[in-house]
Design a binder for this molecule. Structure first.
Ligand code: ADP
Ligand code: MG
Length: 251
């Protein structure tokens, strides 16, 4: 279980000016669930996910895993930044094998598992291409292969599907869910798409401008993938949008 305990993050711009991007954020991500953080651009989603990843230090508060401070050197954290985070000078397969290499794991075994993942993700044959030789959707698949090969204790995804066209995005959400269902990785995912939060989040955390949480919602549609085109799904999306409008979470 991941607990974000009363986190405040302040960026100092210069000696005289600072900017508070997150204001007393409290949030729990139970073991084996996906928590979707939904909020408008600039509300602090990336700041939150970078803080959980240990890339930023909070001014106040802490992040714990199962009661102990979350230490990126001890826990395995998979972080998928918005631009997929692939190294441009390495091939697809080398990007995926980077984790096992750094961890000094059995690279041959990892290579075999990576091969299986490439096949399942529909990118078999693209192993030796460089990121710039891949489409956005293909790069995203490579990033997912890398994340799931790592089998992290915690998976952090920053707007993972935002840069994709609508059809590819829905496809990739399904690919993600298929892999996720097998591994049940504890996941914190941030998005600005209402439908994405509804489709992927067991809980949905609504953030608003100013870096605060407006509401945490138990998503009853989670795990009912067959309902994406249903009336219930559209009704829930509509309700969520109204809620957001009423709270002025999205302008
Ligand atoms: P989101 O991911 O929701 O779009 P961010 O976490 O990137 O939001 O940014 C939250 C707020 O913090 C924004 O107002 C942004 O301008 C500000 N911000 C982000 N990074 C920095 C930084 N390094 N220095 C100062 N302000 C920053
Ligand atoms: Mg962001």
């Amino acid at each position: 279980m991941i607990e974000i305990q009363d986190i405040t993050v302040t960026y100092s711009q210069n000696e005289h000016a600072s900017f508070e991007a997150l204001h007393h954020i409290r949030l729990t991500v139970p073991q084996g669930t996906v928590c979707a953080v939904l909020g408008p651009s600039g509300c602090g989603k990336s700041t939150l996910i970078k803080t959980v990843a240990g890339l930023l230090h909070p001014t106040e508060g802490s992040v714990t895993m199962d009661g102990a401070p979350l230490d990126p050197h001890r826990a395995t954290i998979g972080f998928m930044p918005q631009n997929y985070g692939l190294l441009p000078w390495r091939t697809a397969i080398e990007n995926v094998l980077l984790g096992p290499r750094i961890r000094k794991q059995d690279v041959q075994a990892a290579k075999q598992r990576a091969g299986e993942l490439f096949t399942r993700l529909g990118i078999a044959g693209l192993e030796d291409r460089f990121p710039k030789e891949l489409s956005g959707g293909q790069q995203q698949r490579v990033a997912l292969a890398r994340a799931f090969l790592l089998a992290p204790d915690l998976l952090l995804m920053d707007e993972p599907f935002s840069a994709l066209d609508a059809i590819t995005r829905e496809e990739m959400q399904d690919v993600f869910l298929t892999l996720w269902r097998e591994a049940q990785t504890t996941t914190l995912l941030v998005t600005h798409y209402v439908e994405e939060a509804l489709y992927l989040g067991r809980t949905i955390v609504l953030m608003r401008a100013g870096g605060t949480i407006a509401e945490t919602i138990d998503n009853l549609l989670f795990g009912k993938e067959d309902q994406r085109g249903s009336q219930a799904f559209f009704a829930s999306a509509q309700k969520l949008r109204e809620k957001i409008r009423a709270m002025k979470v999205v302008s």
